[in-house]
Design a protein around this ligand. Sequence first.
Ligand code: PLP
Length: 452
Amino acid sequence: MAHTDPRRSIPRTDHLLDLPEVITAGERLSQSTIRAIIVEAQKAARAGEIPVAEVVPTVIEHLSSRSASSLTPVLNATGIIVHTNLGRAPLSEPARRAVASAAGYVDVEMDLETGRRSKRGIGAKQAILRACPGADDALIVNNGGAALLLAVTALRGDKMSGNDGSAGASDASVAGEIIVSRGELIEIGAGFRLPDLMATTGSRIREVGMTNRTHLDDYAEAITDRTASLLKVHTSNFRVEGFTASVEIAALRELADDHELPLIADLGSGLFEPDPYLPDEPDIASALAAGADVVIVSGDKLLGGPQAGLILGRSDAVQRIAKHPLARAMRTDKLTLAAIEATVANTENPVQDALHIDVDRLRERSERLAGLVSGTVVAHDGRVGGGGAPGVPLPGWAVEMPEELARPLRLGNPAVVARVHQGRCLIDLRCVPEADDDLVGEAVNRARGNHA
Ligand SMILES: *Cc1c(COP(=O)(O)O)cnc(C)c1O
């Protein structure tokens, strides 16, 4: 009999919208998301898939497990600091707060004193220049790839008359050749190759030297009146060992001066100064001191900031790049500007902490975790990862667990991503904030419980 059908007592939408849990969820989720969750639970009850009494708990549970974004925060227990698949650098607390406070209206292009338009991103630029006194000027764009594209496009040899950085932008015949060593033609990420990137602006790459060895003469012999610039690229994701030779920036500077050519150095990662932990990783100060007109680095590698590309160097060169029409298409947003400024104003951030971690302390933490989860502490090398210090091990420790735990750990809440290696699940706390160690322990025990 229809009137006793319990499905007729399915809670109504307005009743569900008035639940305190639903009202609170409104601070995080859009009304359309909330309504969709409600309709889904009502439909499931109508179809007899859940009892009517479960509608309210189902709605509450679905609301609490849903975040506004589909991105899931994870604890990085891989020991890989700049983990590309996990979003590269985690932002520092000051940078996170700066992003949150820039999220609304901000004076990114207004002088509040006069109420007039001001230059965009002045604060971020000044913070970069304070961190890097060797640079006269700086420009921030969306990522390192964009910075490189823009620099090679805008700096096309002072000899190329009439080229003010914009006139020839669409004319391939004046785009000229960029001279780069064959050993430095890198693929920066799956399928993205620097030469292809640069070819999109009509520039041609003139490869010189051999894969393992390139000499100054190789560059010198390749220079013609079509040459637009000299480019030095750090091989940031691989290492050639054995019989090798490459030409330093200082030697290229002399050659560039002889021929009045711009010298661009793509460093990949962004150390402001040399780091004794990473002796082969180039730094901005040294590259500028050696004579690069501009250097290019990513914001979210060793610099520890948001995704961005930084161009630093001589003011005439940086200004020419900033004025190129392409620069507008690569402009960073206010959130990035806020995060960069907060990042470079501090020398500490989670990337630097993980790189310079106290290894004895890491061992103590690992032993404590091993005790909580009945695991074994083993020696384990961390890595810089994602475009920095290839092949350089960062000695440390990990807790070894059975391989089968890796998947339930990834799918747990919080999600924990451990390293799966040679049939083992290795939990490396190097990149885990110490305050979260217990969360990792609880997650492991839950994953084991679910798995058993
Ligand atoms: C990482 C890297 C890039 C690309 O930078 P993104 O910020 O990832 O766009 C370019 N060149 C080198 C040498 C790199 O290491």
